[in-house]
Design a protein around this ligand. Structure first.
Ligand SMILES: Cc1cc2nc3c(=O)[nH]c(=O)nc-3n(C[C@H](O)[C@H](O)[C@H](O)COP(=O)(O)OP(=O)(O)OC[C@H]3O[C@@H](n4cnc5c(N)ncnc54)[C@H](O)[C@@H]3O)c2cc1C
Length: 330
């Protein structure tokens, strides 16, 4: 086992081979990277994609020692969680509780400098703001910020995204191991590895993990397709995606009951890929943002792709802005 390279931005594969051995790396890390990023461990920067694990090695010299030390502090439980009505509930609840003016379903076209603060132009025209937080995906922020800061916009354009398609399959009464009937507390579904040569990335037993996602007595599963492993599969027509999902179920779970309903959603730019150089790019973005103290960027393109990362980063930004606003007012 060799020491961590001080300067080099190691990939997840390199880290895994060095710390865990090639076999664990090939199976466990391959599935983990697909499950979180839809990406290959060869394409992800360890420090950017799994900063806590990289820190365990840095701070404790050993993953095991680090994990034991961290166990003494509270951490999240390893379960999938969601909101009862889906993630849309979050913005609906915010709309009910936050006493601000909302403009829904409008497309922001541009953010530019104003005599004081910044001016945001959307479908209804320009409006001036003293502060602006751009929370779009990075590729959308590229267009919004081009007039304001071309260099910032170019840095944002370097953040690549991984395509993912999701196929939902709904069943009435069906007895099948592929579609568990009751909530299972021992698993959420399946993640595949590159070596398995299956056409799917994974399966989430949706209605067993999240009660209420299917009508009473019925069930549904969600099948993920594409990612960096098979990006071309995302471009298939709906029928092709459903056929791919069902072929994957047959291969992985040995069963493929006839679904009652199907649902297909493509995300051509689904999940940001934190490749080598990501942290340096984010630092360069921050350096550009320092020129624009009233402009902020937030969202899953920078410091964590998962929902919990987004919530944590949003809280931190809100606290920083609240402190800065208090300072401005005094
Ligand atoms: C298929 C898939 C499955 C995922 N599963 C999970 C999971 O199980 N758990 C998890 O933690 N994370 C998951 N993620 C990651 C998830 O995307 C993030 O956790 C989270 O949704 C990112 O939030 P965000 O606010 O950064 O981006 P988004 O949720 O993408 O929000 C960006 C918003 O910007 C809006 N927008 C874009 N351009 C403009 C414009 N010009 N004007 C106005 N609005 C604009 C968009 O309409 C969108 O509403 C998944 C992602 C994908 C693609």
């Amino acid at each position: 086992m060799s020491a961590a390279p001080a300067e080099r931005d190691e990939t997840v594969r390199e880290f895994g081979d060095r710390r865990l051995g090639a076999a664990v790396s090939r199976i466990f890390l391959d599935a983990l990277c697909i499950g979180i990023y839809g990406a290959s461990p060869d394409q992800l920067s360890m420090r950017a994609a799994f900063p806590l694990v990289a820190a365990l090695e840095r701070e404790h010299g050993s993953l095991l020692k680090g994990m034991l030390a961290r166990r003494r502090t509270a951490g999240p439980r390893g379960v999938l969680t969601s909101l009862h009505g889906g993630l849309g509930e979050l913005s609906a609840r915010l709309a009910e509780t936050a006493g601000v003016e909302w403009r829904w379903s409008t497309t922001v076209r541009n953010v530019d400098r104003a005599s004081e603060g910044l001016v945001v132009s959307d479908d209804s025209g320009p409006t001036s703001f003293d502060r602006v937080i751009v929370c779009t995906p990075a590729y959308a922020a590229v267009d919004l910020l081009r007039d304001l800061d071309r260099e910032l916009s170019q840095l944002l354009a370097e953040i690549e995204y991984t395509p993912i398609a999701v196929v939902g399959l709904g069943y009435r009464a069906v007895q099948s191991a592929a579609v568990p009937a009751t909530p299972r507390h021992d698993g959420f579904g399946v993640l595949t590895t590159s070596a398995s040569r299956t056409p799917i990335l994974g399966v989430v037993w949706e209605s067993s993990v999240f009660p209420g996602r299917a009508p009473p007595g019925q069930r549904c599963v969600r099948v993920m397709i594409g990612g960096q492993r098979n990006p071309e599969l995302v471009e298939q027509a709906d029928a092709g995606l459903v056929a791919t999902a069902r072929a994957g179920l047959r291969q992985v779970l040995a069963e493929d009951p006839d679904p009652e309903t199907v649902f297909v959603q493509r995300w051509p730019r689904g999940i940001p890929c934190y490749g080598r150089g990501h942290l340096a790019r984010v630092a360069a973005i921050d350096a550009r943002l320092a020129q624009w103290p009233r402009l902020h960027l937030n969202g899953n393109a920078y410091r964590g792709v998962a929902m919990n990362d987004c919530v944590r980063n949003s809280r931190e930004l809100a606290a920083r802005l609240a402190a800065a606003t208090t300072g401005e007012g005094t």
